[in-house]
Design a protein around this ligand. Structure first.
Ligand code: CP
Length: 305
């Protein structure tokens, strides 16, 4: 991969996505053997710069960097000089001056990682920007699918939940379509973004239609922190009329996989039985997360090693 930054799957070619997934598969094999000491990032510094909360993404980028021998620094906006008024660009320049090699950024504003990438020498990885993209999440979802099905081409993936506020939905749509999968989507009309069909999604009128013949059913979190109110009556009614349960799963292919990027609102997007069931790959997604982030960090910095 010959690029400075990973900002979104809209920008990546099918070949680049395939390369990340191939390296990610190898990294996952090593992780399954409990190998957590690799030389790929020795002498490099990786900073996670998070302006929003995170468990999975921040932790797995940090572990990915550490398992490959990098020095790691974590910055939370709430405990940094951002609270004193420092701008994003000045924060980035400060990290550059410290000879930092990679900045992994999560920010509530769409486009913030792109601005940072233009102004710093360090490689920038988008760990989620507002409602725009979350490329490493979609890549780990695709890695999980590739491992389970042997490939992505021809898969049917149903995505149900808060699609409007979801950067995960958009990154998955871009990536899955580039690799030849079909993507169907369902949500209350208030949670479907305008023109998502023009980006390649099949927007469905019912959860049964979306799930019909699916290989993978992916629930997305109802993003309570981003709701302006009035998008649906209550979480209970959302679960009853829009959530995925055993009855809805009967429309999918037998043994279809259940996925969710997390964090999950248990019993809302998916029933607890599905989250904890045999077809759930939610915990496997977490391991894929470390593997794919190892692949991203390695491929971005490898020319310099
Ligand atoms: N899936 C995801 O981005 O989770 P976190 O918010 O915990 O990082």
């Amino acid at each position: 991969m010959k690029r400075k930054d990973v900002l979104g799957l809209l920008d990546l070619s099918a070949e680049e996505i395939d390369e990340i997934l191939s390296v990610g598969m190898n990294m996952k094999k090593l992780l399954r053997q409990n190998i957590k000491k690799l030389p790929h990032l020795q002498g490099k510094s990786v900073t996670t710069l998070f302006y929003e909360n995170s468990t999975r993404t921040r932790c797995s980028f940090e572990l990915a960097a550490k398992y490959m021998g990098a020095h790691t620094v974590n910055i939370s906006a709430s405990s940094s000089s951002v609270t004193k008024g420092e701008t994003l660009v000045d924060t980035g320049k400060t990290l550059d001056a410290m000879k930092n090699d990679v900045i992994v950024i999560r920010h509530p504003m769409g486009g913030a990682p792109h601005l940072l990438a233009k102004t710093v020498k360090a490689h920038v990885v988008n760990a989620g920007d507002g409602m725009n993209e979350h490329p490493s999440q979609a890549l780990l979802d695709m890695l999980t699918m590739r491992e389970n099905f042997g490939g992505i081409e021809g898969l049917k993936v149903a995505i149900l939940g808060d699609i409007r506020h979801s950067r995960v939905a958009k990154s998955n749509l871009f990536g899955l379509r580039k690799l030849g999968a079909e993507v169907s989507m369902f949500a209350p009309r208030t949670l479907i973004p305008a023109e998502i069909d023009k980006m390649g999604a099949k927007v469905c009128r019912s959860r049964e239609e979306a799930v019909e013949g699916a290989d993978v059913v992916m629930g997305l979190r109802i993003q309570l922190e981003r709701q302006q109110g009035g998008n649906f009556p209550s979480l209970g009614e959302y679960a009853k009329y829009y959530g995925v349960n055993d009855e809805v799963m009967k429309y999918a292919k037998p043994g279809a996989l259940v996925m969710h990027p997390g964090p999950v609102n248990r019993g809302v997007e998916l029933t607890s039985a599905l989250i904890d069931g045999d077809t759930s790959r939610i915990e496997e997604q977490v391991l894929s997360g470390i593997a794919v982030r190892m692949a991203i960090l390695f491929l971005l910095t490898k020319e310099e090693v």
